[in-house]
Design a protein around this ligand. Structure first.
Ligand SMILES: Nc1ncnc2c1ncn2[C@@H]1O[C@H](COP(=O)(O)OP(=O)(O)O)[C@@H](O)[C@H]1O
Ligand SMILES: [Mg+2]
Length: 293
């Protein structure tokens, strides 16, 4: 079995909300797997804003719930003052977390987007960039994809429709809206089914985890999708994207369109991107251990 020889890297996980020194149940499989593989593990209380276990000494990564870019900055500083140095700086976190930050860097590989800071859009600027639809709407971090028809997809580009979808999107995101509004050209991605709960059209999309420039793994994005023997993203194309991103640990969500072109749909910080059922926890941490060597 591949295990680490020393505590070369620590891993910080969230504790169960308001339950003291136990692992958050949503991350218990990962926590146990990381420990079995030989990582030093620590617990952090997101409510109390402090480490609950003796500090992990030296370098560490976090695996847990998403934080806003500002929250991550404060989290980073708190850990740093306890001698735990997260590999991902607050600037690197923000870069991968916020579409507005990575968009220009990947402008050739990702759907054309118009970005507005805050909750309002400028109709003139929007229609100058996009004379017609369809578009999709999200904020700097998340969409409301499971409310596809009412709060994500915009078919015809008329003012009333855009206003209606935006209003519903803002209502659903509420206080969690991050950054502002992003309108993106809606591509014709290769369909592989329909989400059984929300009727969201599923498309051929993969999640790729990258650590220190190396691909840790490529997994199916949709557990409910019919991937069959469809092609997977070419490694050479992935490498050209990876080289542009200066973060030690990130995830890329990539999808294939019906003309056979690959696109980056999203970049995410690797610490807060879900394993999506595609990566077994133990397999994932073992790959991370190998990549550290
Ligand atoms: N530009 C686009 N063209 C077509 N479909 C898209 C586009 N952007 C997103 N989607 C679809 O919507 C889903 C959610 O968008 P995404 O940007 O990944 O937001 P979230 O952070 O909510 O997952 C994607 O998985 C994809 O199926
Ligand atoms: Mg996504």
């Amino acid at each position: 079995m591949d295990t680490l020889e020393g505590p070369a890297l620590g891993l910080i996980f969230p504790s169960q909300p308001f339950e003291g020194r136990v692992i958050d149940e949503d991350f218990s499989l990962e926590y146990e797997a990381a420990r079995r593989v030989g990582f030093e593990v620590g617990l952090y209380s997101l409510e109390e804003k402090r480490l609950l276990t003796p500090a992990v000494s030296g370098s560490a990564l976090y695996r847990g719930w998403m934080m806003t870019a500002d929250e991550y900055g404060a989290f980073y500083d708190r850990l740093h003052s306890r001698g735990t140095c997260l590999l991902t700086s607050p600037e690197q976190y923000r870069f991968c977390h916020h579409l507005a930050d990575w968009y220009e860097t990947l402008v050739e590989e990702t759907p054309k987007s118009v970005i507005f800071k805050g909750p309002n859009f400028d109709w003139e600027r929007l229609t100058e960039a996009f004379p017609s639809g369809p578009l999709i709407l999200k904020d700097y971090v998340k969409s409301c994809k499971h409310y596809w028809e009412e709060a994500c997809f915009i078919g015809d580009l008329d003012f009333a429709k855009v206003s209606r979808v935006t209003e519903r999107f803002l209502e659903l995101r509420g206080e969690f809206l991050e950054g502002g509004l992003v309108f993106r050209e809606c591509l014709s991605l290769l369909p592989i089914g329909v989400h059984p709960q929300s009727n969201l059209p599923l498309t051929l999309e993969y999640r790729v985890f990258v650590f220190k420039g190396k691909i840790l793994g490529v997994g199916d994005y949709w557990p409910q999708g019919e991937y069959g023997s469809h092609q997977r993203p070419p490694e050479s194309w992935l490498q050209t994207v990876i080289e542009k991103i200066g973060s030690p640990f990130f995830a890329l969500d990539v999808a294939l369109d019906t003309d056979g072109r690959w696109w980056v749909i999203e970049v995410g910080d690797g610490q807060v991107s879900g394993l999506n059922d595609a990566f077994g926890a133990e397999d994932f941490y073992r790959r991370l251990a190998v990549a550290l060597r």
